[in-house]
Write a protein that binds this ligand. Sequence first.
Ligand code: NAD
Length: 414
Amino acid sequence: MNHVNPFASAMKQLDRAVEHLPKEDQPFVEVLRVPQRQVQARLPVRMDDGSVRVFEGYRVQYDNHRGPFKGGIRFHPQTDIDEVKALSFWMAIKCAVVGVPYGGGKGGITVDPKTLSTLELERLSRAWVKAMEPVIGVDKDIPAPDVNTNGQIMAWMVDEYAQLNGQYIPGVFTGKPVSLNGSAGREPATGQGGFYALQEVAERKGWKPADVRIAIQGFGNVGTFFAYLAHDAGFRIVAVSDSRGAIYHKDGFDPRQVMDHKQKTGSVKGFANTTEMDSEAVLSVDCDVLVPAALENALTKDTAPSVKASVVIELANGPTTPEGDAIFEKKGVLVVPDVLANAGGVSVSYFEWVQNRQGYYWSEQEVLAKLEPLMKEAFRAVWKEHEKRSIPMRTAAFVLAVHRIVNAIKLRGV
Ligand code: NAD
């Protein structure tokens, strides 16, 4: 399979939206074709055996016209500057789609964290903060977790930032553990937001949960919480995959039991009474809703033709390439785009930042009571644009978001 540059895909998505923007907005779109700033740093880390390894770290600050840069940090062996640029651009669009007052940023380190000890991982996380300290800040740029990073890593990072600044400023990172000024409801938030998108789709299609078969690619933070919520509401989870393999049962299974199995064995593979398949086979199983919740470029010109689902809910960032989108359009597959479907995470990150700044904390019920209307209103606004203009939901979301960003640029003045 050819490598698809995610930043090139992101720019093609932007191109599609431009023709639907008001004429007076169009010249300003040029501002969104390059990031405002990109920082690349060498991160030297002392390994447990006394040797030194040097890692490559990134922070891309794409746009901050609507508020401080905001976005996660990814630790992955394939992470590079083009991936981080694309992810930071999508963050700017996403924050504008759901109306949270942030711009877009993203960070990363090229590393396979599974090859590091816990202490090495801690030293690497702290090294990233040392390198990026001058450019991040509670009103400047607020990182968060992404693939292979979690609350513990945010805890080390917020501590390193406190040591460098001589004061503890919890709001500079979100996705912290609840016992370290994190927000109730942050961990499941992305899956929760995706579940609200599923409910909105089911309502429009007139679907009853028990008739809806769902396949999920990626059984990490986002995929599991989405699976639990969908299962609890009566939807049928018929297939899930992780990087080692996939399982399928036509009647569905309980995702919590699959997680118990994964915790014992390291993979979803081998879960009782299911058919085992290659990882990629999850994309083409017989189902109604396909949920990519792993990495970019899952649904391409090679894989999209065999998708049987009539709806794709993108919980991963950038899972569908522009060629994949074109195939789905031809086949009449409804794609609920990443910049809408997975925005629950950044929305609760925003709530965490608000709580940190006011020093007053909300219950999980209060957080959910704020998240649900925010996600559902964003869904309805995108849907309205999609229907009014007969354009894919992705293009509709981009039209709304770019218009909001351009409006901020105009108001601030050039
Ligand atoms: P994670 O590291 O917790 O989980 C990723 C999962 O994907 C793992 O189970 C891994 O085994 C699996 N995976 C990797 N390659 C795969 C493949 N080829 N086939 C099947 N499974 C594969 O990461 P996460 O936080 O759940 O993030 C998943 C996606 O959601 C990413 O694209 C991320 O950017 C996006 N996202 C995450 C958040 C968040 O709050 N964590 C918010 C918005 C978007």
